[in-house]
Design a protein around this ligand. Structure first.
Ligand code: SF4
Length: 313
């Protein structure tokens, strides 16, 4: 008899934006050969990065690291306008793998800013998605990461404020901040949140999983925002949760007394890592793995290419 059973979240792992970003790099390598330079991490998962590197992708921290005439792919998180302009100036050919859902947040930022609004972005200040969204406009843009900051943010005209959120936050994380902003700026514009469907679906599935498990493993890298949120959502449900890059990070001591283990994966974590975790757990007392019911995601995005439209929105 197995010591514990294993339940799998559904949906889990790759979202449509990540699939598109990875497909964009692969297509670029196929059509134009190696190297394909990618500004920053195409998605926040070290296994995905190593795999693409083995095919000829080169991840760079700065546009200056790319030779003139080289191809530069912008990551799924999006980039500031200044990066696009600098790439042009340096004579780089660019492919924009910004997730279309992030690009739609950029459009909202640009639209309200163009109408004279101050923009408040609820999100993590140094996350590339937030830096990219904030950098779509030159001024009157404020990043708010906490309720404290929401209380203190200073805007030019309190009657003209619009708000967007990072796509990978959780509702728990933003509801208090939104409430403060609404109190301070009664005419606040913008949607309740810009949390994307994939983030929402993975979090809902973890909430369901947490009701049935004593412990949850979230497969994802430490710098993956949505993976961290999955861990938080599980913990907020009152159970233990661990963020692991792969099965090597599992400490078997964590399984003492556990009867049901749940597994999910962040939007940038490949399914094969989940399969490895399942095999590892089964080798250490786990039973058959069973998926819980969840929504089926049908959204697909076409990869971006050099000659095609960079943004599919
Ligand atoms: S998590 Fe959402 S916004 Fe981010 S890449 Fe995936 S689909 Fe796009």
């Amino acid at each position: 008899m197995s010591a514990f059973s294993i339940l799998l979240a559904s949906p889990r792992g790759f979202c449509a934006g990540v699939v598109r970003a990875i497909a964009t790099v692969r297509l670029c390598l196929q059509e134009h050969g190696a190297p394909a330079f990618v500004l920053h991490e195409i998605v926040h998962n070290r296994h995905v990065l190593r795999e693409l590197e083995s095919l000829g992708a080169v991840f760079v921290g700065s546009l200056a690291d790319i030779p003139a005439g080289g191809i530069c792919i912008f990551s799924a998180h999006g980039v500031p306008k200044s990066t696009e302009m600098q790439a042009k100036k340096l004579g780089l050919r660019t492919i924009d793998a910004t997730c279309p859902l992030v690009a739609s947040v950029h459009k909202i930022v640009e639209k309200y800013h163009g109408e004279g609004y101050d923009i408040i972005i609820i999100g993590h200040r140094h996350h590339p998605e937030v830096e990219g969204a904030a950098g779509r406009v030159e001024n009157r843009v404020h990043v708010v990461a906490s309720e404290d900051e929401a209380e203190n943010v200073m805007v030019e005209n309190p009657g003209k404020v619009a708000c967007v959120t990072q796509t990978t936050l959780s509702h728990e994380e933003i509801s208090g901040i939104r409430e403060i902003l609404r109190r301070r700026f009664p005419h606040l514009r913008g949607q309740e949140s810009n949390i994307c469907f994939a983030t929402g679906n993975r979090q809902n599935s973890v909430r369901l999983l947490a009701r049935q498990c004593d412990s949850i493993y979230v497969v994802g890298s430490k710098n993956s925002s949505n993976s961290n949120r999955l861990k938080e959502v599980a913990k907020n449900s009152g159970i233990q949760a661990f963020l692991i890059d792969d099965y090597h990070d599992i400490d078997l001591g964590q399984l003492a007394g556990v009867t049901r283990v749940g597994i999910t994966a962040g939007a940038s974590a490949p399914e094969r890592l989940v399969e490895d975790v399942v095999r590892f757990l089964q080798a250490h007392g786990g039973g058959e793995a069973r998926g819980i019911e969840g929504v089926e995601e049908k959204i697909r995005f076409q990869p971006a290419r050099l000659e095609g439209p960079g943004r599919v929105c």
